[in-house]
Design a protein. Sequence first.
Length: 145
Amino acid sequence: MSNSVKVINRSNNPLPVYETELSAGMDLRAFIPENVSIKPLQRILIPTGLFIELEKGYEAQIRPRSGLALKHGITVLNSPGTIDADYRGEVKILLINLSDAEFLVSNGDRIAQMIVSKHEQITWEDAKILTETARGAGGYGHTGV
Ligand SMILES: O=c1ccn([C@H]2C[C@H](O)[C@@H](COP(=O)(O)OP(=O)(O)OP(=O)(O)O)O2)c(=O)[nH]1
Ligand SMILES: [Mg+2]
């Protein structure tokens, strides 16, 4: 990939940018006609006005912003959200309010961040046994805490 991604911006907000030189994520802005209130434990799908075309072998992940999580209990319910390379719809953000106070979102607010990553697609190789390892079937904390 040339590191450029096709985008249609139907919002009245600027395109997402990397906020610092080496940021992994670009903050995504809400594209909403009027303020939206998210009540405690309410989940809400917020449009961005962005439509993107990723190349084959790439995905975009929608992740929470840590400041919103820490200060307001606002997170991305399906984190990390997955934008598939063949998706042509609007990028939307599924927020949930895990605090006990209402949270207001205004148009242009930076409510999540997007990371573009390479990924593999696999094929299955049917097997009767799997290679032995020291871990074996141990998991879920079997090495202790
Ligand atoms: O946070 C997200 C997650 C997904 N999507 C869009 C892009 C993605 O390609 C599509 C489908 O997402 P996913 O595969 O996670 O949802 P699904 O419930 O499996 O839907 P589908 O049956 O359409 O794949 O929805 C978003 O806009 N925001
Ligand atoms: Mg799916």
